[in-house]
Design a protein around this ligand. Structure first.
Ligand code: NAD
Ligand code: WQD
Length: 339
């Protein structure tokens, strides 16, 4: 299939591009580079051995989006483009609602005008909110989220569900990612936060490479085995493979909307992840226990049973793999793509 990958220069999008090409798809990227670097494209071309067409514009621009769909033909869209920082979304909520919703509106309008039926959307475990029982299952309702960022995901899931109800020939996959970490095993592409990392793994990687003094562990008084929060970390390579599987399934399913959790089904605590990263690096890393971060849930993990059954997909990589690959990327690229 000829697949338009929105946000294909970003962390998860870039890894998925490699998997889509390996599965035989023709990939076209659209990205504003609002949170990514053009240098990733050369790395992707080296990894895939392909020329990858790139359209550098902001998808909230409806005219440009419409022109792209007029000039080229696509069989499917994999839609990663969006702003994703939870804390920032509380400071500039309008920017988050505008960017994430408008980009989706432009894309889906252009798809409908040009007869493109298949869309895979990057949703998030954050849509389960604070009340859902563990493990999180796709049939849980009502969805809610504690941040404006998370609410853009809840809203977009709802918008896509309404669009599919009005036109049941559409096929939408809503993929709820848990905590994506890790990098391509080559160490040539990876996660390259533009500022101080918000997330645990990239922060830890920057501590290990000497860009940050120490990790602050946000609280050790949670009701968990070691007192630190537990999360379902999923290797980005497994996540990327989940997109290829979901896209394949959209071509055969009769359901206009499919929702799949992409997680391992296992929780790992902050301290367990720190120690796994220390094993990957081969030395101890400086950390200290700090106060809780507001909004953090003690525990979160997926029930990935539906994705196993319906996509024939399951995760293959361990927490040690996640840390070893992240360290290969970070140590080879201490300052990221432009270091
Ligand atoms: P990322 O920031 O690395 O990638 C997103 C890409 O989209 C960037 O390259 C950015 O430049 C681009 N972009 C943003 N707004 C755009 C717009 N209006 N037009 C064109 N391009 C635009 O983020 P990521 O970690 O790769 O996440 C990809 C998607 O997965 C996002 O939608 C994110 O919300 C979702 N997600 C991420 C995580 C995570 O922890 N990384 C977890 C769950 C869901
Ligand atoms: C993991 C654990 C922190 C940094 C976020 C979003 C979620 C999804 C994935 C997009 C927590 C602890 C972290 C640090 C720490 N994204 N931590 N010190 O919060 O589970 O999920 O990313 O959809 O919506 O909320 O991930 O990596 O920020 O935190 O102790 O410097 O690490 O308290 O327990 P989180 P995270």
């Amino acid at each position: 299939m000829r697949v338009l990958v929105s946000g294909g220069a970003g962390y998860i999008g870039s890894h998925t591009v490699v998997h889509l090409v390996a599965a035989g798809h023709d990939v076209v990227i659209v990205d504003s580079f609002a949170n990514s670097k053009p240098a990733v494209i050369g790395r992707l071309e080296a990894l895939t051995g392909r020329h990858l067409p790139v359209h550098a514009f902001d998808l909230t621009d409806r005219d440009k989006t419409e022109r792209l769909f007029g000039d080229e033909s696509f069989d499917a869209v994999v839609h990663f483009a969006g702003l994703k920082a939870v804390g920032e979304s509380a400071r500039i909520p309008l920017d988050y609602y505008e960017n994430n919703l408008d980009a989706t509106f432009s894309l889906v309008r252009a798809m409908r005008r040009h007869g493109v039926k298949l869309l895979v959307f990057s949703s998030s475990a954050t849509v389960y909110g604070e009340q859902a029982p563990l493990p999180y299952r796709e049939d849980y309702a009502p969805l809610q989220s504690s941040s404006p960022y998370g609410r853009t995901k809840v809203m977009i899931e709802q918008v896509l569900t309404d669009v599919a109800a009005a036109d049941p020939s559409m096929r939408f996959a809503l993929l709820r990612y848990f905590n994506p970490v890790g990098t391509h095993p080559s160490g040539t592409i990876g996660e390259d936060p533009q500022d101080i990392p918000n997330n645990l793994m990239p922060f830890l990687a920057q501590v290990a490479v000497g860009r940050r003094d120490k990790l602050i562990v946000f609280g050790d008084d949670y009701p968990t085995d070691d007192g630190t929060c537990e999360r379902d970390y999923i290797h980005v390579e497994d996540l990327a493979a989940g997109h290829v599987a979901a896209l394949g399934r959209l071509t055969t399913t009769n359901s206009p909307v499919s929702v799949w959790n992409l997680g391992t089904g296992r929780g790992t605590s902050v301290l367990e992840l720190v120690h796994a990263f220390e094993r990957a690096v081969g030395r101890e890393l400086p950390y200290e226990i700090g106060p809780r971060r507001p909004g953090d849930l003690p525990r979160s993990w997926a029930d990935p049973g539906r994705a196993h059954a319906e996509l024939g997909w399951s995760t293959t990589k361990s927490v040690d793999d996640m840390c070893a690959d992240t360290w290969r990327w970070q140590s080879a690229n201490p300052m990221g793509y432009e270091g």
